[in-house]
Design a protein around this ligand. Structure first.
Ligand SMILES: [Zn+2]
Length: 398
């Protein structure tokens, strides 16, 4: 064997050995891969099984939870993946949804029919009220007034919702200074009110002095023009902010002071409004109605009056109304609303010392309004500034 042949021999052996190594390594690798794949597959199968088990448990739970269902009761719950059960479950869900929708529709229908009935009832009541308002009690006749008169009288309501309608003249006003004598003070000689309101205020403050011999009341104001209202509102807005101004001061047209029926009372010593701690307030609170005055913006009535508690603002409405408002604890808005329910045939009665006063309401017609009044006797008609007239019939002297 030549050297070359020997060399060839060695190389060949090495090659064979290398091939053998790679073959063995390859086989080992394949075995490893196969084993790994098998293990992985096993894990995969286990996970899938666990997953399926979980779903089965959840479905079974859902089926058990769905109450009063024949479908779930009769179904084979040991096999929750049964397509039939899945289909029944979804049918059950649909049925339950429909039931909810049906219930909602029924509730809606009930409320609609209720609304319809309410509406029909309201129309019928209005028709009957009109018919009844047209009927005349014995001894009554009818007078015709212009419907525009509903903006005048002692019982007009002026507030945020009901604007004051100014008359063409200021004839309805008189100077408070013209009332003779008096143990009280005026903040100005120019203060004006309607004559009945001025003379009632004069009597009221006179009575307070007679009882207490205290001379501290200062009449701050009475009638207020729209310009004065605007100036007051602006001044208060600047000083205390718009919210405060809106709480206490009505915008021009909506101030009760336009009517000449309202006044703000103060104290000459403090120079401020009177307040609920003052003796004069307590006296007025108890006696104002005897002179036809009411505390117009009482505590706890802001929702109805639109104005916060004012223990200094008094409003003239006449003795019968003032007494009844005092007795019933209603604010003026509530009281007038209450009177709206009474007719000449079925009037409201206020008992005073001199007898029974009867009151009733007549809604205003388009241009003219026919109002039942006693044929031979006294009566007062006042607009309410809202849509009708309130008639007051004093005790009739036989
Ligand atoms: Zn006032």
């Amino acid at each position: 064997m030549t050297n070359e042949e020997r060399l060839q021999q060695v190389l060949k052996t090495e090659k064979q050995q290398r091939n053998l190594f790679f073959t063995i390594a390859g086989v080992l690798l394949l075995a490893l891969l196969a084993f790994g794949g098998f293990t992985g597959h096993r894990f995969y199968v286990q996970a899938a099984q666990r997953n399926a088990d979980n779903r089965a448990a959840a479905l079974s739970e859902a089926l058990n939870a769905s109450s009063s269902s024949e479908a779930s009761a009769s179904a084979d719950s040991s096999n929750p993946l049964d397509p039939e059960i899945l289909s029944l479950t979804s049918t059950h869900q649909m049925a339950s949804d429909l039931q909810t929708q049906l219930q909602a529709a029924r509730t809606n229908a009930l409320s609609l029919s209720d609304e319809f009935h309410q509406e029909a009832l309201k129309l019928e009541e209005e028709r009957l009220a009109k018919e009844r308002a047209a009927m005349l009690p014995e001894g009554y006749t009818k007078v015709t007034v212009s419907s525009s008169d509903l903006h005048t009288g002692n019982l007009i309501v002026v507030n945020k919702d009901y604007e004051y309608v100014f008359p063409d003249t200021e004839d309805y006003l008189s100077l408070l200074y013209d009332q003779e004598g008096g143990n009280y003070y005026l903040s100005s000689f120019e203060i004006q009110m309607t004559e009945p309101a001025a003379s009632a205020l004069h009597s009221m403050l006179g009575a307070y002095y007679d009882e207490t011999l205290m001379e501290e009341i200062l009449v701050l104001n009475g009638y207020r023009s729209p310009e004065e209202s605007q100036a007051l509102f602006d001044e208060d807005s600047d000083l205390n902010g718009t919210i405060h101004a809106e709480d206490y001061i009505m915008l021009p047209g909506h101030s009760e002071h336009h009517t000449g029926l309202a006044t703000d009372l103060g104290n000459i010593i403090t120079g401020e409004f009177i307040d609920s701690d003052d003796e004069v307030y307590n006296w007025l609170y108890e006696h104002a109605h005897e002179y036809g005055y009411i505390l117009r913006y009482p505590q706890g009535k802001k929702l109805q009056t639109g104005i916060a508690y004012e223990d200094w603002h008094f409003r003239y409405v006449g003795i019968p109304a003032a007494t009844d408002i005092y007795r019933t604890d209603l604010c003026m808005e509530e009281w007038v609303e209450m009177i709206h329910a009474y007719t000449a045939m079925d009037p409201y009665t206020i008992s005073l010392e001199d007898g029974d006063y009867t009151l009733f309401y007549v809604p205003a017609g388009e241009n003219e309004t026919e109002i039942p009044v006693p044929e031979n006797g006294e009566y007062q008609i006042s607009g309410d500034n809202m849509g009708g007239f309130i008639v007051i019939v004093p005790p009739q002297n036989d």
